[in-house]
Design a protein around this ligand. Structure first.
Ligand code: SF4
Ligand code: SF4
Length: 340
């Protein structure tokens, strides 16, 4: 990325956002006179092996896609034109290890030198279908692999995922750990229905995996529109997060613009989950990332004088832009914000 000392000749979509110090962070926010995000997510598949009660996958009807290699290559080129950086392959809704082109995609990414690191979140279970050599290549090509651990026992796993794959999940995680050259690339995200404290989690890791890894945990979840419509209740101690009453711009989209498997670009995956057209920026099949990320529409989304999108008003994931000073690590290390 090139360093820019003045924003005068730049198409600055952040210019009406006073909490973002564009001069100080210009080498992260701009490239060749154009605005850019801190990182990008590209969903290559929107099909999943699980059917989680907390997921839109369980309650929404949508068209299933695997992104073509041609479109994927175009996106890598577009991202490089915008300066490149970290790339996440975490689907908005789906499981990356189901993507039959995954190996080819990783090999292709390696040819794009401005793409500096790849990460993804997986539920891990399908790692068992890969032989050791292939899984070794996948695991050790990543900067970070975030593994979502659904449930700390068989009953909780099956209530969460509608699958009886608890023991398969543990075996798959163990296989990934065994093959990983650097354990620090692995990060566990515990998704449970009951509340567990740090001692419970640490004991679970020691008893089931034989090692302790960095982790996050939650038993509180975002309730999507379809959950409201179908009045879905969470079993055991699982809780829906309460809706908020937000008024400020959210800074999450600095790190989370996402391209869906059909090529559509959204400002934020949560907005996409709520089916919000205010977050929709266009389609990469027939437009460039540079143009879509530098449009008047996105400039309005960052403009503090504008009303925020309807879904952002009630979103439980909202991170107020006036609090960005507490998370300045996102400029250097956006992927850790995305998986934290
Ligand atoms: S594993 Fe993730 S994407 Fe798949 S159903 Fe569960 S929450 Fe949704
Ligand atoms: S408030 Fe929620 S929907 Fe809006 S940008 Fe932030 S995370 Fe996305």
């Amino acid at each position: 990325m090139m360093e820019i000392s003045s924003n005068k000749n730049i198409n600055n979509i952040y210019e009406n956002q006073s909490f973002l110090d564009c001069d100080k962070y210009s080498n992260f926010l701009f490239n060749n006179g154009k605005s850019r995000p801190l990182m990008l997510s590209c969903e290559t598949i929107n099909v999943c092996n699980n059917k989680c009660i907390i997921c839109t996958n369980n309650v929404e009807n949508y068209n299933k896609h695997i992104m073509s290699m041609n479109l994927f290559e175009k996106i890598l080129g577009d991202y490089s034109d915008l300066g490149g950086g970290e790339l996440s392959l975490t689907p908005r809704t789906g499981e990356i290890l189901l993507d039959s082109f995954l190996i080819d995609r990783i090999k292709l990414i390696n040819k794009y030198k401005l793409i500096t690191g790849v990460s993804f979140t997986t539920n891990a279970t399908l790692a068992m279908k890969y032989n050791d050599d292939v899984l070794d290549f996948i695991v050790n090509s990543l900067e970070v692999m975030h593994i979502s651990v659904y449930g700390l026992n068989e009953k909780e796993h099956s209530l969460l995922t509608s699958r009886n794959t608890y023991l398969d999940m543990i075996e798959a995680i163990k296989k990934i750990i065994k093959l990983s050259n650097e354990k620090k690339r692995l990060f566990l995200g515990f998704r449970s229905l009951e509340y567990y404290d740090d001692f419970d989690i640490s004991s679970w890791m020691k008893n089931n995996l034989g090692v302790e890894l960095p982790y996050g945990k939650t038993h509180n979840y975002v309730k999507w529109p379809a959950h409201y419509k179908k009045n879905v209740r969470l079993p055991m101690g699982g809780k829906w997060l309460t809706e908020r009453n937000n008024t400020s711009v959210c800074f999450m989209p600095l790190t989370t613009p996402i391209i869906h498997s059909d090529g559509s670009l959204y400002w934020c995956p949560c907005g996409a989950g709520f089916g919000d057209q205010q977050h929709y920026l266009g389609n990469l099949k027939h437009d460039s990332l540079t143009r879509l990320y530098n449009s008047n529409k996105i400039k309005k989304l960052w403009d503090e004088r504008e009303d925020i999108p309807n879904v952002c008003k009630r979103c439980a994931y909202h991170c107020s832009i006036d609090e960005i000073g507490k998370c300045l690590f996102i400029f250097d290390n956006p992927k850790h914000f995305v998986v934290a």
